[in-house]
Every structure is written in C-alpha cells, then in structure tokens.
Design a protein around this ligand. Structure first.
Ligand SMILES: *[C@@H]1O[C@H](CO)[C@@H](O)[C@H](O)[C@H]1NC(C)=O
Ligand SMILES: *[C@@H]1O[C@H](CO)[C@@H](O)[C@H](O)[C@H]1NC(C)=O
Ligand SMILES: *[C@@H]1O[C@H](CO)[C@@H](O)[C@H](O)[C@H]1NC(C)=O
Ligand SMILES: *[C@@H]1O[C@H](CO)[C@@H](O)[C@H](O)[C@H]1NC(C)=O
Ligand SMILES: *[C@@H]1O[C@H](CO)[C@@H](O)[C@H](O)[C@H]1NC(C)=O
Ligand SMILES: *[C@@H]1O[C@H](CO)[C@@H](O)[C@H](O)[C@H]1NC(C)=O
Ligand SMILES: *[C@@H]1O[C@H](CO)[C@@H](O)[C@H](O)[C@H]1NC(C)=O
Ligand SMILES: *[C@@H]1O[C@H](CO)[C@@H](O)[C@H](O)[C@H]1NC(C)=O
Ligand SMILES: *[C@@H]1O[C@H](CO)[C@@H](O)[C@H](O)[C@H]1NC(C)=O
Ligand SMILES: *[C@@H]1O[C@H](CO)[C@@H](O)[C@H](O)[C@H]1NC(C)=O
Ligand SMILES: *[C@@H]1O[C@H](CO)[C@@H](O)[C@H](O)[C@H]1NC(C)=O
Ligand SMILES: *[C@@H]1O[C@H](CO)[C@@H](O)[C@H](O)[C@H]1NC(C)=O
Length: 599
C-alpha cells in the first residue's frame, strides 16, 4: 500500500514576525511566529521523512504572494511588490503553485510573476484561467497564461499527477490582465484535453474557497470523464480553515489566512486496481511556528535549522534592514484589535483609528483644524490588529496599509452627517440580511466579493467559532491559548493545536469620529475617505433635500493618507506617547518627532 501525502501552504508571505523579531508577545501571535526560513527547514525535514517512509510528499501553494507585510510591500520607490520575497520562495522545493488575486491587482506584479517568477517553477506555476497581455517578438500584443494552465508530472514514487491552478471569478484585476470565469474555463478545448488522460490522482490547487464557490464546476467536469479517479483540491482565498469531501475519493482543503496556518492533507491511495473503495484521507491545520515544526519533525531547537532555512532567515533580516522595517513609530501600551474587542471600546483598533488617531493626524498642520468635523472611513481600512509593544514600519504596513486620501464637504449639518453614517451601515447590514433575495444591494456586495474583499466571510467564521465553542467560558478557564477552533465537515479533529477561540464582535462596515458638538444644526466639515465617495454622496442626497451634492462639492482635506494616520498619532493615551525621548537616538525619523513636538 502506498501512501500519498500532500502539504499545502496558503501564503501571503507572512504578516507576523517574518524576520524573527519576536516583539509581539500577545497571543495568538506567538503561535504564528515562524518565518519562511523555519518553514524551509520544516519542509526539508519532512521531505526526508517522506523518503524514509517511502511516500510521496508534495509542497503546494494556493496563491497570494503579494501584499500584507513590510517584506513584500515595504519596497522603496521604483521597486516591485514582493519581487524580493519571491526570491526566497523560489528557494523552497514547491511542486505546484497557483496564482491568487493579489498577483493581479497591479500589472507590474503580474508581469514580474510571468517574467521572473514562473520560469523558476519549470511549468508548475499554474494560472489555468488568468492571462497577461504582453508584446510578442513582432511587437504585437498577445494574451498568454501568466504561468502554465496545467501541469502533468510524475512523482518520485512514479505516481502520475495532473494539476490545475484555478482562480475564483475575480473581477478586480488590472488592465492587460484577464481572468476567465471558471464556468468558461471548463468549456475550453485545452481543459478537455488536459483532463482526458487519466492520471493516478488529480491535484487541483487554486485560489478559490472550498465552500460556496466554483470548485464543484471543476470537480464535476473531471468526474464526468473520470468517475473514480482520486481528486485532491487545495483551495484558498476566504482566510478560513475549511475542509469537505465532494465524494468518497476526493477531499478539498483550505488552509486559513496569511502565513498563520500550514495545511496538511494525506491520502492512502491504496491499490491502483481498486478504483471503487473510499480513500482514507487525513487533514491537519498546523499553527505556523517552530514548536509545531520541531514536534512533527522530531527535532530539537538546536537540530532543527537547516543551512537553507537559516540562509533564508538571514536573507529576510537583511531585506528588513534594507527596507528599514524596524523604523520605530512608537509604542502601543496595549493590544488594539479589529474584531476581538467591541466597537467602540478602548481595545478596538477601529476606535483607536477613527476616534483618537484620525482627529489628530488629519487636522495636523491643517487650516481646517478649527472647524468642527465628523470623520468617516470604512472599517475594512484596518487590516490587522495592533499589538502591545513597539509599533514599527512593518506593523504599520500590516495594520493599515491602504493609501486612501481624505476629502471633505464643508457646511454639512452635523445631524445630517450622522444620519449618513447610520444609513451607510444600515445599507451594509441590509445587504447581508437580504443575501438570498437578489436585491440591488446584494449585487453590490457580490461585486465587492468578486473584487476580492473577503473580510466578511472570515469574520462570520470567527463569530460562528466563538458561539459554537463557548468562547467566553474557554477563554476564562485560561487553560488554552487563543487561536482557531475549527469545525469543518471532514472526519476527525482538524486543528493540530488546541486553542480557546478568539473573541468575536460584530463591527460596523463604516466607523465615524465623535463630533465635538451636541447641536445637530452645527455646520461641520464632513470628512471621509475618497474610496467611499460615490456611495456616500448617494446617501447624503437621500437623507436631506436642501442641497443636491455632487463631486464638485468634495475637496481635498489633507495630504495625510490613511496609512499615515496611526503613525502620526501622539494623542493622549494612544500610541507613540513621548517616543522622541524614549527611543535610542537615530531610530526615529526627524519628521516623526516633529509631529510630537508640535502638539
Ligand atoms: C517594438 O516597439 C518598440 C517601441 O514601441 C521599439 O523600440 C522596438 O524596436 C520594437 N521592436 C521590434 C522588434 O519591432
Ligand atoms: C489566454 O491565452 C491563451 C494563449 O495565448 C489564449 O489562447 C486565450 O484566448 C487567452 N484567454 C483569455 C481568457 O484571454
Ligand atoms: C495595455 O496594453 C496596451 C498594449 O500593450 C497598451 O497600449 C495600453 O496602454 C495598456 N493599457 C494600460 C492601461 O496600461
Ligand atoms: C464512501 O464515502 C461516501 C461519501 O463520503 C459515503 O457516502 C459512503 O457511505 C462511503 N462508503 C463507505 C463504504 O464507507
Ligand atoms: C533556539 O535556538 C536559537 C539559536 O539557533 C536561539 O536563538 C533561541 O533562543 C533558541 N530558542 C529556544 C526556545 O531555546
Ligand atoms: C542564500 O540566499 C541567497 C539569497 O538571499 C541566495 O542567493 C543563495 O543561493 C542562498 N544560498 C544557499 C546555499 O541556499
Ligand atoms: C505645514 O503645511 C505647510 C503648508 O502646506 C507646509 O509648507 C509645511 O511643511 C507643513 N509643516 C509640517 C510640519 O508638516
Ligand atoms: C482658528 O482659530 C484661531 C483662534 O481661535 C483663529 O485665530 C484663527 O483665525 C482660526 N483659523 C481659521 C482658519 O479659522
Ligand atoms: C440629531 O440627529 C441624530 C441623527 O439623525 C438623531 O438621532 C438625534 O435625535 C438628533 N438630535 C436632536 C436633538 O435632534
Ligand atoms: C483546565 O485545567 C484544569 C486542571 O488541569 C482541568 O481540571 C479543567 O478541566 C481544564 N479545563 C478545560 C476547559 O480544559
Ligand atoms: C502555541 O500555543 C500552545 C498552546 O495553545 C503553546 O503550548 C505553544 O507553546 C504555542 N507555541 C508557541 C510557539 O508559542
Ligand atoms: C424631501 O422633500 C419631500 C417633499 O418636499 C419631503 O416629503 C421629504 O420628507 C423630504 N425628505 C427629507 C429627508 O427631508
């Protein structure tokens, strides 16, 4: 009996401690504290164990190598996102990688993947339904797959594999890149030809959720031709840990968010002549840290590291220095979370952003400072929690990466502005309530989904986890550290390490500052992030009749962009208090200190 094992990693290159600078000790951070070098060592040991056990072990990535950490995003002007981190990923022995939506938001990134990354994978960087438009040798424009559409290869043990790399129906891609819908893809001639020959197993990687999405379209297209061939699906995108079995000879696994989880799937493929029996599958969600890695490879701290792994860790550290990711903006006195604390509250990073930081940062050196204002942004503008301790450039890029501008409309009645905030949130909540009704608002939410926004799905998952597993009780017992507690529809326990579930609170889609006036008639500066301008104007014209507002009423409020709001803040009790006197000389930039001194 032969055993076939698959290891899948879902990787944004890592949001946390990627350079091994373990300065965030708040849980669950320590449980995700491995870096890519540690992972490389783990893979090397596992490949060795696979040889000893005489099984196949495949290393697979299901997409999104761009965005989310300073190492990919902290590049200086003229650089390309993730170009440097990709050089480290190339050093791992990936068997298959699939394209994600984050490879397609910016043509330059797609071009870099096509030109500089895909060739290193020797035909195994898969983009079954994603193309890039380039010039051919005659200077004509041609649309070609970013990597390869499929791959057929044979494993060390002689097993024949046919692989695809499928992206969900993404529409937020840049010009001169193309994403074909999954439904159209399976009608293509190349697809029919690629799946015609029966392999020992189909390994379908792809940046597409294993639940409520289009994997069944691909699965059924294959099942129509091959009723019994084993099919392994390694999906992604919604940031959750999830697993299901389409039938007794297949399994679909999704391995969580960022570089927090390493997914493991194993299959006892059994006797090739027995094509009827159910296959015994296993799956595990591994927390991404050295404790996990050492445990499963039976190594100790002093035997675990490999030369390749240490080289990668050193390379990441050098990159961190080059990008100055340790540039200190200040100190966070406590944790601030997006949804693990109620909004508004002292522990909410949304409160920190809109009630404390924005009123300071956006009015800093601003001639409108005197005028009462109400500030609104979308809660999705905050992408990661802020943890107690140092807050540096890497933390800022993880927590608040977006470069949105702030604009305003003057002389709006405070009461009207407040109604707009309420209506914006009601519209959002209604959309969710009407999920099944096919309403116009639902269409807008679907559109956001297609453009790649997945926060809502992830938060629904956390919420369900907290309720189902008695979160408050488990957290209070203090036996377990915080983390994910997964209930999926595959047999047995999925989580490798037991945790108490993270707290989860419902957060509004839009958040607003406290206006410093109690009279609804007060004329204020109505400040908002330009990202939501269209939506906001529409609603502003619904809640009042006196003025018909249009784009021409909207002016720039400040040069400070949304990613600078947290790092400029030095308000009472918030981040960065007194940091000019706290840090070693030279660490903090002059302009940052100036912000404090001018307060
Ligand atoms: C292609 O076009 C560019 C300018 O658009 C030109 O510099 C280059 O020489 C052309 N190459 C060929 C092979 O025609
Ligand atoms: C992708 O590229 C292939 C190869 O050039 C081409 O045949 C196909 O039409 C392209 N698909 C899309 C959806 O652009
Ligand atoms: C798309 O590509 C075409 C030809 O390659 C080019 O002329 C055009 O400017 C590109 N569009 C954008 C928006 O870059
Ligand atoms: C095989 O798996 C299918 C689907 O998971 C299940 O319905 C069926 O009962 C299983 N058969 C056996 C013999 O276990
Ligand atoms: C593990 O070893 C590294 C050096 O390789 C050392 O820096 C670290 O402190 C050790 N960790 C533990 C938990 O002993
Ligand atoms: C070490 O890393 C560098 C890049 O940081 C790479 O060029 C080199 O090939 C690596 N060496 C080994 C032995 O892995
Ligand atoms: C304040 O704003 C003025 C005018 O926009 C600008 O010249 C000056 O550099 C700003 N000062 C600081 C400290 O940002
Ligand atoms: C702001 O207020 C100060 C003092 O109240 C006043 O001197 C100044 O003119 C005001 N500036 C603006 C732009 O209204
Ligand atoms: C002010 O406006 C808000 C929002 O429309 C409303 O809830 C509140 O009752 C109003 N207050 C007064 C005193 O009219
Ligand atoms: C916590 O640990 C105590 C003592 O080991 C044990 O009695 C208790 O059952 C544990 N509680 C949970 C929720 O695991
Ligand atoms: C992860 O969490 C578990 C307990 O939930 C703990 O025992 C373990 O040491 C943690 N891992 C790291 C690297 O801290
Ligand atoms: C707008 O005007 C109409 C007709 O004058 C009135 O019935 C309605 O209540 C007004 N709506 C608002 C929000 O003031």
């Amino acid at each position: 009996m032969r055993l076939f094992t698959t290891l899948s990693t879902l990787a944004l290159v890592t949001v946390t401690n990627a350079c091994g600078d373990d300065h965030h000790l708040s849980f669950p951070e320590p449980n995700y504290s491995g870096d890519l070098g540690d992972f490389a060592s783990f893979v090397k040991h596992m490949k060795q164990i696979a040889i000893e056990k005489d099984v196949d072990l495949l290393l697979i990535d299901s997409g999104d190598l761009h965005d989310g950490t300073g190492l990919s995003d902290g590049f200086p002007a003229g650089g390309i996102d993730a170009h440097e981190t990709n050089q480290f990923l190339k050093q791992l022995p990936y068997d298959i990688m699939a394209i994600g939506n984050h490879e397609l938001y910016d043509y330059v990134n797609t071009w870099d993947m096509h030109t500089n990354f895909a060739p290193a994978l020797n035909g195994r960087y898969l983009s079954s339904n994603a193309n890039i438009t380039i010039f051919d040798e005659n200077n004509n424009t041609v649309s070609v797959p970013v990597g390869n559409r499929y791959s057929k290869f044979t494993t060390r043990k002689g097993r024949k594999i046919t692989s695809l790399g499928v992206l969900f129906d993404f529409t937020g891609n840049d010009v001169n890149t193309t994403v074909q819908t999954v439904a159209d893809m399976v009608k293509e001639q190349w697809f029919t030809e690629a799946i015609a020959e029966e392999p020992d197993v189909f390994v379908l990687a792809g940046h597409m959720p294993v639940s409520y999405d289009n994997w069944p379209t691909v699965f059924n297209a294959i099942r129509d031709v091959h009723a019994e061939t084993p099919i392994i699906i390694l999906g992604g995108h919604t940031h959750i840990r999830d697993c299901n079995q389409p039938d007794g000879r297949s399994m679909a696994l999704e391995s969580g968010r960022y570089m927090e989880t390493i997914g493991w799937l194993s299959a006892k493929l059994g006797n090739p002549n027995d094509s009827k029996s159910n296959i015994t599958f296993g799956r595990r969600y591994l927390d991404q840290n050295r404790v996990t890695y050492e445990y499963h490879t039976q190594q100790r701290n002093n035997t675990f590291d490999t030369a390749e792994g240490q080289n990668i860790t050193q390379g990441l550290q050098a990159l961190s220095e080059k990008y100055e990711l340790s540039t200190l903006f200040g100190y966070a006195p406590q944790d601030y979370t997006i949804s693990r604390n109620q909004y508004p509250s002292n522990g909410s990073s949304l409160t920190l952003f809109i009630n404390e930081a924005a009123p300071y940062s956006l009015t800093f050196n601003n001639t409108r400072k005197n005028v009462t204002n109400l500030m609104i942004t979308n809660s999705g503008s905050q992408r990661f929690d802020v943890y107690a301790g140092t807050f540096d450039k890497n933390d800022q890029i993880a927590a608040s990466p977006f470069l949105d501008a702030f604009v305003y409309i003057k002389n709006v009645q405070l009461g009207v502005a407040q109604q707009v905030l309420i209506a914006l949130n009601t519209a959002g909540a209604d959309e969710r309530r009407k999920r099944d009704l096919g309403s116009v608002l639902q269409q807008r939410e679907d559109e956001l989904w297609k453009r790649g926004f997945v926060d809502r799905r992830y938060m629904d998952w956390l919420d369900e986890m907290d309720r189902r597993h008695d979160g408050a009780v488990k957290r209070a017992s203090q036996n377990l550290t915080l983390g994910y507690v997964t209930s999926d529809s595959c047999p047995g326990v999925g989580d490798d390490t037991l945790h108490a579930p993270l707290a989860s609170y419902d957060i509004p889609d839009f958040i607003g500052s406290d206006a410093l006036s109690t009279s609804n008639d007060t004329l204020i500066d109505f400040v908002f992030v330009d990202f939501i301008q269209e939506q906001l104007l529409e609603i502003l014209n619904e809640v009042q009749n006196t003025t018909t507002y249009s784009d021409s009423d909207v002016e720039s409020y400040t040069d400070v962009l949304s990613n600078q709001v947290l790092r400029l803040d030095s308000n009472a009790g918030a981040l960065f208090k007194d940091y000019c006197s706290l840090e070693p000389p030279g660490l903090v930039r002059a302009h940052a200190c100036l912000a404090t001194l001018t307060l």
